[in-house]
Design a protein around this ligand. Sequence first.
Ligand SMILES: [Zn+2]
Length: 436
Amino acid sequence: MIRLYDTMARKKRPFEPADPKRITMYVCGPTVYGRAHIGNARPAVVFDTLARLIRHDFGEQSLVYARNVTDVDDKIIAAAEAEGVEPAVITERYERHYIEDMGALGVAPPTIAPHATAEIGPMIAMIERLIGLGNAYEADSHVLFHVPSDPDYGALSRRDRDAMVAGARVEVAPYKRDPADFVLWKPSGEGVIGWDSPWGRGRPGWHVECSAMIRAHLGETIDIHGGGLDLIFPHHENEIAQSRCAHGGAPLARYWVHNGFVDMGAEKMSKSLGNIITPAELLAQGHRGETLRLALLSAHYRQPLSWTETAAAQAKTMLDRLYRAAGDADPGRVDDGVINALADDLNTPLALTRLMAIEDPGAVKASAALLGLLQHHSESWFQGGADTGDVEARIAKRAEAKARRDFAEADGIREELAADGIILEDGPEGTTWRRS
Ligand SMILES: [Zn+2]
């Protein structure tokens, strides 16, 4: 029995999906205007691990995991203007990098990856519905959600109204009926990306993107909604308000799961503070993707994680020991200690401690796979040089091509790797590789 800490309930609850044959999980994905840093990688790795656990417990086909791609946003527009290119040039480049970087960390592609620019219709439909119900209004070419129209607003973050207004860093806008009201639709000026709508040419706000895509792909109420702690307010609070009001009070998610930050020294790693380090930089320094993954899993997902060279070095030492312990064994039975640790609110530090204590090589291999570790042959792990990150990135690109059924591209990547002396083997736990 899996237990998860539910931010809404402020306690651990047994995980009981509405339909164990179709479990639904949505995680807010990247805004693709720059390279992901290791802090951005944490939710990708955490929810990939949770997906592995759910599939182990409920069956390989039990989970529909959606992670969106925000490909229209003011930061994207600014980045495109700075380079003098179309926004699509920016978004395609950084989405490709994101897939490669996360793939190198052993993150499997989600079941579906809806793109905001491809889902404008469902967003407009949801906004129209909210206007019709009296939860939203048009003003000065914008559409805003009227926060006082939702008496339950604030249930997730449990903030009082003054703290919410202050925390939302609301722009001073004369057209707002209430300072807490947030944008569902905003106008696009000449030469700025936009779509025709009943309120003129414009583009959606960020929050409505997730609500509309969840409704379109997963349903009105999903089992798990995930993301970083920083999304609780205002983003998830706003998603909840939009969805619940549009869907006659049906809750958006049955479990809210949030991961903590990655810190650099005493500060949160963030682009605006300029203290970021990216998986791409770490791979270029010679770290292996699996080392970075294990380092990210070395702290409990709800706790802050300090990123240090020591953490990465310790992860590498642990992996060397695990690869030695597993040898060339085929995966055997998954160890109960590892399963029980993961089932207790994804306690990865305890799972890793248990994993290090297993003696049977087959059990080491099978149990590590549940954490997305030991995905290589032992031999290739110990031979791995600085180009290993590149091989892993290309394998991730191939997995992504297969996921969108572009088999020509997937085969092309396999052939390129073969030409470089890399042999791929596809198995139920993903793709492993070795040098020929
Ligand atoms: Zn979201």
